[in-house]
Design a protein around this ligand. Structure first.
Ligand SMILES: *[C@@H]1O[C@H](CO)[C@@H](O)[C@H](O)[C@H]1NC(C)=O
Ligand SMILES: *[C@@H]1O[C@H](CO)[C@@H](O)[C@H](O)[C@H]1NC(C)=O
Ligand SMILES: *[C@@H]1O[C@H](CO)[C@@H](O)[C@H](O)[C@H]1NC(C)=O
Ligand SMILES: *[C@@H]1O[C@H](CO)[C@@H](O)[C@H](O)[C@H]1NC(C)=O
Ligand SMILES: *[C@@H]1O[C@H](CO)[C@@H](O)[C@H](O)[C@H]1NC(C)=O
Ligand SMILES: *[C@@H]1O[C@H](CO)[C@@H](O)[C@H](O)[C@H]1NC(C)=O
Ligand SMILES: *[C@@H]1O[C@H](CO)[C@@H](O)[C@H](O)[C@H]1NC(C)=O
Ligand SMILES: *[C@@H]1O[C@H](CO)[C@@H](O)[C@H](O)[C@H]1NC(C)=O
Ligand SMILES: *[C@@H]1O[C@H](CO)[C@@H](O)[C@H](O)[C@H]1NC(C)=O
Length: 253
């Protein structure tokens, strides 16, 4: 595969983690135990930042954190994996004893967003797809996924997969629209039930998952110093407030 055609959007999330608290019981009322999980092949080795901004789009928190290490790092990468522009390879890495999830939204509203969930099942990764509707994940088995790999190391979950059929455009004639607001979430997972997701990382604008430098700030070149690379598009203050608010709400339960 031509690496230039391969866009990896890596979203690393981590520092805000309150971890999952108190949301296990919420999930019962959502009746969300109807998820169909795919077992995935073991991910051997770890992915890293090589290619970020060049051959893959990386979104992470804290800024520039390396998904290959054991430190705090919430990371998502994306890479175009087919010439028709709708198959996109993702890498996810984050800390959770339950699950980590990639959320893709065509707009800044959270509703009916696509979710790709990698869960720790007895120290193996299993994967499911879902809709993220306001605060809950609901099963959606219509999102094609292939080539999934995963590993669990302590509380670190890593997974990679190829998603097909991503198309953010609802009304345009463009051949494929691969631009989404990118979020990362964690939640609890037990007895097949996914707890409510705590969103930890949000891009403050739509990012083209097939453009390795689409999160570069307008004023800086793709080869800008490390301090401006990965996290530049993260957490607009208003969205940060939303995240904190949602965390507060979770804690009330
Ligand atoms: C969750 O719902 C199931 C089925 O309604 C019920 O049997 C179970 O006791 C509930 N669990 C909790 C923790 O409420
Ligand atoms: C990153 O991962 C790639 C692919 O596994 C590997 O070839 C490369 O040496 C790694 N880079 C670093 C800095 O570890
Ligand atoms: C990360 O933790 C795992 C499990 O404890 C260990 O095997 C591995 O060597 C650690 N890696 C680094 C880079 O410290
Ligand atoms: C894109 O290409 C892949 C592989 O060639 C194919 O499996 C997939 O169905 C194609 N997707 C669309 C939307 O044409
Ligand atoms: C988890 O793994 C342990 C040790 O291999 C095994 O005894 C246990 O049955 C497994 N639990 C599930 C739910 O698979
Ligand atoms: C999502 O939420 C909206 C508004 O609450 C509701 O109308 C819709 O049916 C929900 N969709 C799913 C798939 O749950
Ligand atoms: C994306 O969606 C738009 C609007 O539904 C459609 O016109 C376009 O053909 C779609 N692109 C792909 C590659 O499916
Ligand atoms: C990728 O994104 C950057 C930053 O938004 C933009 O300047 C550049 O034109 C984009 N490249 C392509 C091929 O769309
Ligand atoms: C997104 O956040 C970055 C870094 O905080 C900021 O430079 C940029 O102006 C923001 N973009 C928008 C559209 O708010």
């Amino acid at each position: 595969m031509d690496s230039r055609l391969t866009l990896v959007v890596s979203v690393v999330m981590g520092c805000l983690v309150l971890t999952v608290r108190g949301d296990g019981h919420l999930s019962n009322s959502t009746g969300s135990s109807d998820f169909t999980f795919l077992s995935v092949q073991p991910l051997t080795g770890v992915f890293n930042r090589t290619g970020c901004g060049v051959s893959k789009l990386c979104v992470e928190q804290p800024t520039e954190c390396n998904p290959a290490t054991n430190g705090t790092c919430a990371f998502v990468s994306s890479a175009l994996s087919s010439v028709n522009g709708t198959d996109i390879a993702f890498e996810l890495r984050g800390e959770s004893t339950g699950y980590i999830a990639l959320l893709l939204s065509p707009d800044s509203q959270q509703g009916n967003d696509k979710a790709y969930v990698c869960a720790n099942s007895n120290n193996s990764v299993i994967l499911t797809t879902a809709l993220f509707n306001n605060s809950a994940l609901t099963p959606d088995n219509t999102l094609p996924v292939s080539g999934a790999l995963g590993s669990v190391s302590g509380n670190i979950i890593r997974c990679s997969f190829v998603a097909s059929g991503l198309n953010a455009t609802a009304s345009s004639a463009r051949s494929a629209d691969t631009s989404f607001f990118v979020s990362f979430a964690t939640g609890s997972f037990s007895n097949g039930v996914l707890g409510s997701p705590a969103v930890q990382l949000l891009s403050n604008r739509s990012l083209d998952l097939t453009n390795a430098s689409s999160n570069a700030s307008p004023s800086s070149a793709p080869t800008a110093p490390p301090t401006t690379a990965g996290g530049s598009a993260l957490l607009h203050p208003a969205l940060q407030g939303l995240v904190l608010l949602s965390m507060l709400i979770l804690r009330l339960f």
